[in-house]
Ligand binder design. Sequence first.
Ligand SMILES: Cc1cc2nc3c(=O)[nH]c(=O)nc-3n(C[C@H](O)[C@H](O)[C@H](O)COP(=O)(O)OP(=O)(O)OC[C@H]3O[C@@H](n4cnc5c(N)ncnc54)[C@H](O)[C@@H]3O)c2cc1C
Length: 365
Amino acid sequence: MTDYLIVGGGLIGLLTARCLNHEGAQVTVVERGKLGRESSWAGGGILSPLYPWKYPDPVNALASWSQPRHQQLAEELERDTGIDVEWVQSGLVILDEDQHAAANAWTKQFSSNLLSLDEHSLHDIEPALGAGRHSGLWMPDVAQIRNPRLMQALHQDLLARGVRIAEDTEVTHLLTRKGRIQGVRTEYSEINAQRVVIASGAWSATLLKDLGHQLPVTPVRGQMVLFRGQPDQLQRIVLSRGHYAIPRRDGRVLVGSTMEEVGFDKTITDDARKALVDAAVELVPFLADVPVERHWAGLRPGSPTGVPFIGAYPGLEGLFINAGHFRNGVVMAPASAQLLVDIMLERPAQVDESPYALLGRSDAA
Ligand SMILES: Cc1cc2nc3c(=O)[nH]c(=O)nc-3n(C[C@H](O)[C@H](O)[C@H](O)COP(=O)(O)OP(=O)(O)OC[C@H]3O[C@@H](n4cnc5c(N)ncnc54)[C@H](O)[C@@H]3O)c2cc1C
């Protein structure tokens, strides 16, 4: 018998496990494949929503709570595991001229550090930008992390802390009795647990079907390409018309992404690769001469408005959800984990929990 069983070893599941472990709980994570190899591995690791003013306030509330904690998390993980997750405050330059008014209104509400740049200062801040860029928005506080390293460090950290991890083990059913969760059935055995958390990313709706519930979390494919550049050719994260380029420390540049509703299909396509390479060269022309090293796809856990579902599952005691983080699961992860743990431990939450509840949301009818 474990106190808490978490279904899904993505970033949301692993950070939830880490928070519970800090509280002295006995935690087991069950992962169908290898830990952290789905959306949490595939993403860009930008620690901000791309255009934050386009998202509902509850997304920004989780992102703002999390942002300062990411640096702390990175430092703790490096201290405890020796793995540098490459938290870098590279800042974000936004080149869309039609976003200035909305951005300025949002900045006042969230007291965010956002500056308008003219042509001269824009090119000072990021010399690699192409010609013909006359103005931009500059968010100097925006940071990034390198997702695969973050997942690797968390894996090691949790093992060292005594969290049990079962990889290559699919949870196939929830075990229930008299309105209470009893545990889960996997493809190999049954595991008893006092409480179960569904943190299964894009697949989170699947297990709830047995309970007759249609959780509106669906896969949204995102394709990315990785260029093998040299260090410091690009310094800032740059964004224009939904496409972004992220400079990694070793010179690699990650460019994304597509938004495709094609079900549970991670196939990569030539059309997407061409569109991403074209967008990359338009953003930062030097990429025309840099080889593409890799091209991949991941499945975001899409939710109707991008606001995740975090809280108790109504009608079945002991079952909880932490899912549906869509495009912002990396940046929102620390707050999402903390919020769910506060709810499970029945103590005052550090973020208002009501917008994330499963019931009473117009987007979850
Ligand atoms: C291309 C792309 C770019 C992105 N860029 C960013 C970004 O820059 N910034 C940002 O904040 N977010 C970004 N995201 C979004 C972010 O990656 C996700 O919101 C986040 O990783 C979701 O984490 P998760 O743990 O819920 O899901 P996942 O990482 O998908 O983990 C869910 C896990 O559950 C497992 N699982 C599912 N069903 C079962 C089962 N029945 N039994 C056992 N295990 C199961 C899966 O195998 C998987 O490992 C991006 C996503 C993509 C695809």
